[in-house]
Design a protein around this ligand. Sequence first.
Ligand SMILES: O=C(O)CCC(=O)C(=O)O
Ligand SMILES: [Fe+2]
Length: 325
Amino acid sequence: MASIPVIDLTGALQPGAPRSAEVAEALRAAGTGSGFFYVSGHGVPRALVDAQFALAQRFFDLPLPAKQAIDLRRVPNMRGYESLGAQTLDATARPDLKESFYCGQAYADDHPYVQRGLHSYGRNQWPTELPEMAGQCAAYIAAMQALALRLMQLMALSLELPEDFFDHTHENPMGTLRLLRYPPHPADADERTFGAGAHTDWGAITILAQDSHGGLEVQMPDGQWLAATPMDGCFVVNLGDMIPRWTNGRYHSNPHRVRNVASGGAPRHSIPFFYNPDYEARVEPVATCVPAGTRPLYEPCTVGEHLREMYAKTYGAGNGAAAMA
Ligand SMILES: O=C(O)CCC(=O)C(=O)O
Ligand SMILES: [Fe+2]
């Protein structure tokens, strides 16, 4: 039966570390399967993750006007608070039953990418009520960024490429951290109601921390939906749409969705980190994935071009801004 593998990163967290080849092989199996796997032995301290969930709880518990004061529609770069029902990840379903907060690696106003107005680059918005939030999110983002970079190196190995193959694409990375709160699934909800409608993620790699309630489901290559049951001390990692482009379709970015049905009436919290390389980095099928004498399945593009193609898909026309999914 199909399952989501657990990959233990112990002994593979540094370039050249002894278990790197073994882990790369496991990554290859996961990439050619559902594109989803759990990671254990990832080196991110439990206390950092626990603190991030506690922070999410405090943030969403703020009175609505405090959250609305930092609504993401106030800024051009998709950072801030987003209310229940603002996003529709599956266009055939109802608006998503979730509240969220977006932040990311901060770039100063005089950074060339900010000056050029490139999507998501720039400052964050923070609630004045939680002065600790900026520092805590920055620490969490730094840990996620480091883990994402290592996963990209292991992915390079898994594609029979040098470990540092993707390193040059990390120049000005755009990691986006999202805090999510899902209210309990309504008892009278129809089959078109979701916390997060079925979607694939658009970036390179998503690293998700979820609380103990469950509710995330992943579509397996055979079409079946499988619960990504929370596993203590593990993150769920999934490949985004940039990876099929880079691997000429060899590795997959599979649909997933959320319904908060098993929490006993409690809200569910999750914290995805969406890793995106440099906006200007080229994404083109790597030579080891294009059989001799065949044409690549994808045209080369930049990270920014790929993301712009995906933006506006889930927020409807007129908003102009859209999120990482
Ligand atoms: O909340 C979750 O478990 C998944 C969220 C998700 O898929 C997303 O935000 O892209
Ligand atoms: Fe997602």
